[in-house]
Design a protein around this ligand. Sequence first.
Ligand code: HEC
Length: 148
Amino acid sequence: MKSLGLVLFSIAAAGQSPPGALPDGPGKDLVEAVCGACHEPTRVATQHFSKTEWQSKVLEMLQEDPDVTQQERDRIVDYLANNFRPKINVNKAPAKDLAEALELSAKDADAIARYREKNGNFKTIEDLKKVPGLDAAKIEVHRERLDF
Ligand code: HEC
């Protein structure tokens, strides 16, 4: 088992917020104020949705509430869609989906798919970075969203 110190260090090193807090970013204050009115604002972090799905969820939550303007709703949706997007399974997703979800070129996504076919499933992000020609930094920015 990891020691607590190591766990805390890993969290800090990965640039994550501690559990129970929302990640920083534009719109965070608004989410805390508006979405925290009925439940813990961190409740939003229980779901990972695409932008369209977040739009419906925000509408479902706020309904016609006249106190929250359309502009505020848009900012909330942007914050949520940026921070709580669905994960992508790098062992199962077809190359096309990898390209879209990880903002890679078709060539890079194909390289991942071919490497996977040849070498078997990726187990960690480090395996993924071994794919020839792939820019490790481009993978690193999506660390939180990778599923194996
Ligand atoms: C008017 C009260 C109210 C407000 C404001 C509100 N919610 Fe909720 N929310 C609820 C209720 C009621 C539930 C379900 C009951 C529960 O388990 O607490 C819920 C549950 C959720 C859930 C988890 C379950 C699910 O149905 O997906 C998410 C995610 C969520 N809300 C997101 C949001 C977001 C995002 C906002 C801000 C835009 C927000 N909520 C604002 C009342 C509210």
